[in-house]
Write a protein that binds this ligand. Structure first.
Ligand SMILES: [Zn+2]
Length: 315
């Protein structure tokens, strides 16, 4: 078995707290506050700041040491880098880590690489998630996607009903060709509530399609051998608290038809609780399982709650 460091590092990103505690590092030391070092003791020399999700730490013993999750394991257990790498890859689902397979070039050449009309310029001009948009997502206990993910915020969007308010804007791209195909918008009032308009969530009409599309909440570069998938943007971002990277399939139809991606070995699906959601998740899972991939379905334990609500409960 060949273990690629870069691949394990990518897969471990954002999951270090789980990985480290599973390997025996005390959870109480893995906080961003000074305390005793799990490696060399003391009382307040250690801090786990997990910068960029890389499991980073600082230990101010006589010689200050710092580094990422791999070197933290070396500091705590005295492991070599190779041993840390082996242990971490074993924690990541227990399946074989294969040679890195980066995102291949688009499978089919996109028929068009821009949204039609003025929508591409609109998307290009949008800023990252901020202000009310960020507050809204945080109030829903969603993880915030990275700045290079396909979710942005428009503080002054106009709804066809005339309502003006902030709106989260998600770019929908073709799952396979990566071509932009539509936008999905979620309106939010200034107080973080949903506006009283018919259809507070809207897709572009006209010539834009959504079938075969996905919201790449994390960019392709972040997707290596594992991917999390939910129907809605918020469900996917809730899943992202325990599993990254994630994409949103938009609806049950897209989820059930979600194609096999050649570079993804492990798929984690956050299923909506409703019958259509569960059926779609199962249809997708069956196809991926039939091809020998790893699949897990994350379901709400409670009636009438989607995974988003469930994770809200869990927090
Ligand atoms: Zn130390």
């Amino acid at each position: 078995m060949r273990v690629e460091f870069a691949e394990v590092k990518r897969a471990a990103n954002g999951n270090w707290r789980n990985i480290l505690t599973s390997l025996g590092v005390p959870a109480e030391s893995l906080i961003n506050r000074h305390g005793p070092c799990p490696g060399c003791g003391g009382t307040d020399r250690f801090r786990f700041d997990d910068k960029s999700g890389d499991g980073t730490y600082i230990c101010s013993q006589s010689d200050k040491v710092s580094g990422d999750g791999f070197t933290l394991l070396s500091h705590v257990f005295g492991w070599s880098v190779a041993e840390s790498l082996k242990q971490v890859s074993a924690q990541l689902g227990g399946f074989e880590v294969r040679e890195a397979r980066p995102m291949p070039a688009p499978i089919a050449k996109p028929k068009r690489d821009r949204l039609s009309g003025e929508w591409q310029e609109y998307w290009d001009a949008l800023g990252p998630i901020a202000g009310i948009g960020r507050d809204y997502l945080e109030s829903r206990l969603c993880a915030l996607p990275p700045r290079d993910g396909d979710l942005r915020y428009d503080p002054a969007a106009r709804h066809p009903s005339g309502h003006v308010g902030g709106c989260l804007v998600a770019l929908i791209t073709d799952i396979l060709t990566q071509a932009p195909i539509s936008l999905h918008r979620t309106w939010i009032n200034a107080d973080g509530t949903k506006p009283a308009v018919d259809k507070p969530r809207l897709l572009l009409g006209d010539s834009h399609r959504k079938s075969g599309g996905v919201v790449r909440l994390w960019p392709d570069d972040a997707v290596c051998w594992s991917l999390g998938l939910g129907e809605g943007v918020e469900t996917a971002l809730s899943l992202a608290h325990c599993f990254k990277p994630v994409w949103a399939a938009i609806d049950a139809g897209n989820l059930s038809q979600f194609p096999l991606l050649p570079y993804v070995e492990s798929l984690t699906i956050a299923a909506d609780y409703d019958p259509a959601g569960e059926k779609a998740a199962q249809a997708c899972a069956d196809r991926w399982l039939d091809d020998g991939r790893n699949v897990q379905i994350f379901k709400s334990a409670r009636e009438s709650q989607d995974a988003n609500d469930f994770i809200l409960e869990a927090h």
